[in-house]
Design a protein around this ligand. Structure first.
Ligand SMILES: Nc1ncnc2c1ncn2[C@@H]1O[C@H](COP(=O)(O)OP(=O)(O)OP(=O)(O)O)[C@@H](O)[C@H]1O
Length: 340
């Protein structure tokens, strides 16, 4: 093994850096996990906020596992995945004959999670009409099944999550402010992967290890330049996107060395960053794209300078200033290009 490769660790190595299946050791992630530990032992409602794929569901499960309710039910309910008309009956249940098709009594998620934890994923997608009813259950822990006058009492700990900006939704009157305040008793923010790049190598090694085992492959090393490119990438789909990418890479690796399809990361327009790009970043991307298309030929009629309408010397000077070189080949969204 050379110094520019690293060994894929065994499962036990990875587990040292994993907490409740949450891999990573960066400061932002550790801060989030500290909050998880702090709130888990209480019965308080928790609102988990963060972009898609950051691991909100893992955090919700960790809160349940570390709580005194861990031996009771953990029920996950995705508010966005259920058709509008069914949401109410899925949450609160119904009596036989409550509506056409209600041939037997059905318990809703609140009753199913009685004594345990109910994880309401994508809470921002709960329609306004249902928000008042949800608020009542959160406050009073009571509700009626559809088609019944009998009040059901429950003891449910609520953990909710959203990738939406609920505060903004409140301002726009799409989300009730009283429900927002009730939900956000203890908010936890899960940072996007691009704000905790130190976690990427650990995640990559763990995912490679997992997929290698599952697929019966023999990958043992990850080239250093592959790891650097993965750390540099912005991962708009966060850990989920990284995980899927690694699965693809392992499928494409018949031998001992990971063959990651880095060119798949380098698709212009796919780079969704929270901050708008600077002019220098756009220039960097555009020039990098042009030189890659000409296979790094700068001068001459078929060269990148002609393509870009620049003199050869001007393009070379710009490339030097912006730091465009072959080592950037795998980078699609340079975070470090300054606009000066
Ligand atoms: N820190 C982590 N360590 C290991 N796996 C992780 C981590 N974060 C996320 N994952 C994995 O990434 C995938 C997405 O995570 P999860 O479903 O928890 O994200 P999410 O924030 O709830 O996404 P969404 O908002 O789209 O529902 C899952 O397969 C999860 O196991």
């Amino acid at each position: 093994m050379t110094t520019t490769e690293e060994r894929v660790p065994q499962h036990s190595d990875v587990m040292c850096d994993s907490f409740e299946g949450i891999i990573g050791n960066s400061l932002p992630l550790r801060r989030t996990l500290d909050q998880v530990v702090t709130v888990a032992s209480t019965d308080s409602t928790v609102l988990i906020e963060g972009e898609t794929g950051t691991g909100k569901e893992l955090i919700a499960r960790a809160i349940h596992n570390l709580s005194p309710r861990s031996d009771q039910n953990y029920v996950r309910f995705n508010c966005a995945a259920i058709p509008l008309g069914l949401l109410e009956s899925e949450l609160f249940g119904y009596e036989k004959g409550a509506f056409t098709g209600a041939v037997v009594r059905k318990l809703g998620r609140f009753e199913l999670s009685n004594g345990g934890t109910l994880f309401l994923d994508e809470i921002g997608d709960i329609p306004l009409e249902l928000q008042a009813k949800l608020l009542r259950v959160l406050q009073e822990q009571e509700f009626e099944r559809l088609g019944s006058n009998l009040t059901q009492k429950v003891d449910v700990r609520i953990v909710a999550a959203t990738h939406r900006n609920l505060k903004q939704m409140v301002k726009e009157k799409q989300f009730r402010s009283d429900l927002f305040f009730r939900l956000s008793v203890f908010p936890i923010f899960v940072p996007p992967l691009r704000d905790r790049r130190e976690d990427i190598p650990m995640l990559v090694r763990a995912f490679v290890g997992n997929y290698v085992r599952r697929m019966g492959r023999r990958v043992e090393t990850i080239p250093e330049e592959t790891m650097s490119a993965l750390v540099e990438h912005d991962w708009p789909g966060n850990v989920r996107e990284l995980q899927n990418f690694i699965e693809r890479a392992v499928i494409l690796s018949p031998g001992l060395v990971l063959r990651a399809p880095l060119e798949g990361l380098d698709r212009p327009g796919e780079c969704i960053s929270s901050a708008p790009k600077t002019l220098a970043q756009m220039e960097f991307d555009h020039i990098l794209q042009a030189v890659k298309e000409t296979d790094w030929v700068i001068g001459g009629p078929m060269g990148a300078a002609t393509k870009l309408g620049l003199k050869r010397t001007t393009l070379i000077a710009k490339m030097r200033k912006l730091g465009v070189s072959r080592s950037n080949e795998a980078i699609s969204c340079p975070a470090s290009v300054s606009s000066s």
